[in-house]
Every structure is written in structure tokens, then in C-alpha cells.
Write a protein that binds this ligand. Sequence first.
Ligand code: HAM
Length: 407
Amino acid sequence: MRDLLPRERAIWRVAEKAAAEVARSFGYEEIVTPVIEHADLIERVGEETDTVAKELYRFDDRGGRNLALRPEATAGVVRAYFEGGLSQGTQPSRLYLIGPMFRYDRPQKGRYRQFFQFNVEAIGVGSAALDAEVIELAAGWLHGVGLGELRLELNSIGDAKCRPAYLERLQAYYQPFKSQLHGDCQLRLESNPLRLLDCKVAQCQPFKTGAPRVTDHLCEECSEAWAEVQLLVDAAGIEYQLNPYLVRGLDYYTRTVFEFYRAGATGQQDALASGGRYDGLAEAEGWPSTPGVGFAGGLDRVTELMAASGEEVIAPPPADVVVLADGNLDVAAADVARICRTVRSVAVDYERKSLRAKMRSANKLGARWVVLIGAEDAERRTAQLREMVSGEQVEVAWADLPAKLMR
Ligand code: HAM
């Protein structure tokens, strides 16, 4: 976990603002859910997944409840959709959330134990058009922050109707090679065969090419949805690659799954944003069966790329105006600051040091103006207003400061 210092926050603010703006431009509303959920709710997301099995921060609270720091937001957003009565409102519920997630993963560049996601969910309508909508929204956000060169990978992994038969085929195909697979994949063959397809270990690669492809074994409804998603993503002018091995790390996905990468990035790399449809999640949480689709973008990775690609973000100075008073004129300094603050951001230097030294720190801070107050000024309720760049200095009555600072 890491601190984000003020100088780093400037680029984060750009990414967060773009996220909120693009979400609102598609009619999505903000939702905030707690970072702690019942561990039970999270486990229903998929006990077979690393995110839950190995990476969950789990603890008992003082009331003996078994809780978890959320490793992702979708499970909690779906819970809130029902508990908050959104399921009774206009459908779909279009929601976005920006906040921290927690996974006990091996930390490395672009992968943290506390990381931030921009999460988007459309819940309550099963139309494949919404799959394309959230893909377009994700692309819009990444373009908006200057990451235009993207590679979108797309797949469909079927649903509860057609996937079981496909998984049997997949298992039957892999069974003869079982002893040649690496340890985890031998286990996956029994517990979660779909994950055989996204194994990155070299010894398992030769078997993938001959494996049956899920998109060749979709039921009629899934096939139609798959065709519509592609049609709409094409119509949005977004390029993509079909990746039959893309299956995603969370168990709740049905039909469309997708991941955005930086174009040209090679080797094993991390997705900038990823998601898919999760029509079985609400039911797995114990609610009435309700379709949903969404994605999450990783703010840590996106801001790192923005910084690396030279995205110009000039951090504004913390204050436009610095008020400096001579000696112990703290009351006068605070009064003047209050007056100036009606039109500009203002910091007061209360340190007991020479005016010269205070001028130097005001300069460092990048303030546009300095307001100087000497003992005589304070008595007459005047001040010396100095514009730092030009060095121009004029005497101004306190009451006239706002008008001067507005120019
Ligand atoms: P996810 O693929 O686990 O999906 O995470 C989404 C994004 O979060 C990733 O593409 C990546 O950018 C970022 N991310 C994940 N783990 C880390 C980490 N340890 N450090 C930094 N960034 C990370 C989900 O979480 C789903 N809930 C997405 C979703 C929403 N599906 C449907 N709706």
C-alpha cells in the first residue's frame, strides 16, 4: 500500500474527473459502498478465484462478524442495488463508483495491495447493447486521459445453459494431457477448467491451440448476444481482437468478457480496464436473478501511464494569495485572509521570521500575489498588494482587496 502525495494527486485528479465526466455523459450516477463487506458476500463472487481464495483481507470484528476488505466493487454494488431499492426503480440502474480495493497480491509496479478502481455497472437489463455501451464508456475514458492507443480483447464465455456442456468438452480434451500440465492447471482441470485457457505457464501453452473454443459452442441466445455486441462495438468505431482464451479471473462472468491493454505492449502485462456481463451474480448473492454488466479501470495503472507518456499536468499552487504580516499581527493577517478568501484561495504565513524570508517561501509556493501587512498598515486597515511575476506593488485598503484580486 502506498501514500499518494499532493504532487501525485494532480494527475489522479485529472483521471478521476475524466472518469466521473464520461460516466455522467452516459447517464451513470455515482454510488459509494463501504470498503468492508461480509466475507460471505465476497466469497459468493467465487471461492475458486485467486482474488477470494488467496488474496482476500479477511478478519473478525469485535462483534465476531467475519468481514473482508473488498477485493472488487461489483459484489457490493449489486448488494446495494437491492438493499437500496434501486431494483424497484427505472431499469437499468446505471452506476459508477471510484474507490479503493484490497488484494493480498504480490506487490510490483502497477500492482498494489490497496489500489483504486473506476467501476461502472449497468444492472437490471440483459440487453447486449449495454455490453457495448460499457465498452464504449471505458474506451471513452481511456481516450479522454490521453491513452488513445489501445488494444481491446473480447470474448464470450457462454452462460449457465451452454457452458456446462462446453466445460465437459474442455475437460475431455485436456484429460489425456493432465500429467503434462503444471500443478495449478492439474487442479483447475477438476475445479475450474475454464481457467486452463488463460494459464500463462510455458509448459501448458502447446495444448491451448487444439482446445475447443467456447464461442463455437454457445447456445442460441448467447450466440445472438455475442453477434450483437460485436455489431455495436463495430458501429462505435472501436477496434478489437477476438481472444478465445480470455476468461477473466472472477467466477461470476457470463457471456461477454473484455480487457483493455495499451497497444503495442508485449509480453505479460496488466490490463488497464476489464469487465464483462455477470447475469448470475445477483442470484449467487441470494437475490432474485438479475442481469448486469460492467467493468473496472485501474486508476493506479492509468495514472502511471499518463505520467510516463508525458501527460502535462501542471499542479496548481496550493494558494493564489499568501498573506504575510510583520511581527505578531496574527489577527490582522487572519482578517485580511478572510477578506481575500471571498475571491481567491489564500494561505497565511504565521511564522515568526523576517518579511524577506517569508517572501522567499511565498515565491516557492508559486502564489500569484502576496499581501504584506506592517504595523502601520494594520492600524489604517491597508495592505501592500504585490504581484509576484511583475513585482508591481500597490497600497490597497482591505475592503478593496477582493476587487483587485479579481483582475
Ligand atoms: P479485475 O479485472 O479484477 O475486475 O480488476 C479490474 C481492473 O482493476 C484491472 O484491469 C486493473 O486495471 C485493476 N487492478 C486489479 N488488481 C489490481 C492491483 N492489484 N493493483 C492495481 N490495479 C489493479 C474486477 O475487479 C471486476 N469487478 C470488474 C467488473 C466490474 N466486472 C464487471 N463489473
